[in-house]
Design a binder for this molecule. Structure first.
Ligand SMILES: *Cc1c(COP(=O)(O)O)cnc(C)c1O
Length: 396
């Protein structure tokens, strides 16, 4: 029923073309079904959307500014705007989804939030909203990430969340996600799983995209004021699982004259085995409940992805992005570690904005597109770089 509401190219089974679906153990069938119904009802309930909009405004600080970078505009010969998700409370776009999801959990009578996290940004966002709503929160995090992302681990603990180190596999995001799904299977009645990106079984990719769609909704009205038209010529965003890109693309997906550019992390290069470019180097397969493009061996073993950016080194990608890339609706570009570092340095030194390493990949794509001088280009600056200072200092 709620598919009538979505403008995404998804059918009622959660398929985006051949991608997506809900490959889940039977014990979760009811959860996923109830989630779908609760989401539809919530969107129809003005008291839910009012509560969400109030928090997005007064707690997150939305709308986030749409800032024209005069320096980048001169440098690249086009009108370059930055959508400043880095200015949100907790420093990235992740809070948009955490708020929507936690309010949905509350509405469904769930009493316990769980989440997976890689770099810790989604864990921090979920722990933040859990504190706000007075709900207990458990965050699964690979032991490797717990070691290398200590500041975020400490933030989560300060916020009252329990951080569970995961020692299976490579002890990173994929393994943390497996553990969160395991917890959800054991506690299907009282627990709400807050997924951090447009991944996982249907209806998660659609729900997370919807909660992030506030980004493109704002871009439209901000551009109308600044440029006299709602649609830019390009929207550029990095993709790990694809939630900031889904939010930045959402209201433009059916406007074919807006070019949507998804930037994957090439790591050391897409012709090496040290990469996280799932669409450009992957093959179709099933991971975490969804059929999508995966970095895997011929016999379906996940190959551990690599990127300098912890938020982008996921072996898969949201089914929406796999589909848009395959149909040509989006253009996929890869940016290497060193290209992202150079782009971060450029923005920092000329605009005084330190971007997240993830967002720096989106900025790096500006170098790879031939613009017309009248083009209006929006780069989604998904987060701020405070969490990446140690990496920047090491390499720059
Ligand atoms: C988590 C994260 C990403 C990657 O996740 P998506 O779901 O692809 O958006 C990108 N940028 C920042 C700042 C992040 O924290």
């Amino acid at each position: 029923m709620y598919n009538k509401k979505t403008i995404l190219p998804v059918n009622e089974k959660g398929f985006y073309g051949n991608f997506g679906g809900a490959y889940i153990p039977e014990i979760l069938y009811n959860n996923v079904k109830n989630l779908e119904i609760a989401f539809a009802e919530a969107l129809d309930d003005p008291s839910f959307t009012r509560k969400m909009d109030t928090l997005l405004a007064d707690y997150v600080g939305r709308p986030s500014p749409l800032y024209k970078s005069e320096y980048l505009s001169r440098h690249y010969g086009a009108n370059i705007y930055l959508k400043r998700e880095d200015l949100n409370h907790t420093g990235a776009h992740k809070i948009n989804n955490a708020i929507g999801s936690a309010l949905l959990a509350q509405r469904m009578g769930k009493t316990r939030l769980i989440a997976e996290t890689g770099a810790g940004q989604h864990g921090v966002a979920t722990a933040t909203v859990a504190a706000l709503l007075g709900m207990p929160c458990i965050v699964y995090m690979g032991a490797t990430d717990v070691d290398r992302q200590q500041p975020n681990v400490q933030r989560m603990r300060m916020l009252g969340a329990e951080v569970h180190s995961v020692y299976s596999g490579n002890k990173t995001l994929k393994d943390a996600t497996n553990e969160a799904i395991r917890d959800w299977c054991c506690n299907p009645t009282d627990t709400f799983y807050v997924i951090g990106s447009t991944v996982g079984p249907h209806p998660y990719p659609e729900i997370v995209a919807y909660f992030q769609s506030v980004i493109s909704r704002e871009i439209k009205s901000q551009l109308l004021k600044k440029e006299g038209r709602e649609n830019p010529d390009y929207v550029i965003a990095c993709i790990g699982g694809g939630s900031n890109a889904a939010g930045a693309f959402y209201h433009f997906i059916n406007d074919q004259n807006v070019q949507l550019v998804a930037v994957e992390a090439a790591g050391l290069g897409i012709d090496t085995d040290q990469t996280a470019a799932s669409i450009l180097t992957g093959t179709p397969g099933i991971l975490h409940g969804s059929r999508t493009m995966l970095i895997q061996t011929n016999d379906g073993q996940i190959i551990e992805p690599y990127s300098i950016s912890a938020g982008l080194d996921y072996p898969g990608v949201g089914p929406l992005h796999a589909y848009m890339a395959h149909t040509g609706r989006s253009k996929v570009i890869a940016a290497t570690d060193s290209e992202a570092l150079a782009a971060a340095n450029l923005l920092t030194r000329h605009e005084g904005i330190i971007p997240a390493l993830e967002s720096a990949h989106a900025l790096a794509a500006l170098d790879k597109i031939k613009f017309d001088k009248n083009d209006i280009v929006v780069v989604n600056l998904s987060g701020r770089g405070d969490k990446d200072l140690a990496t920047y200092i090491k390499y720059l």
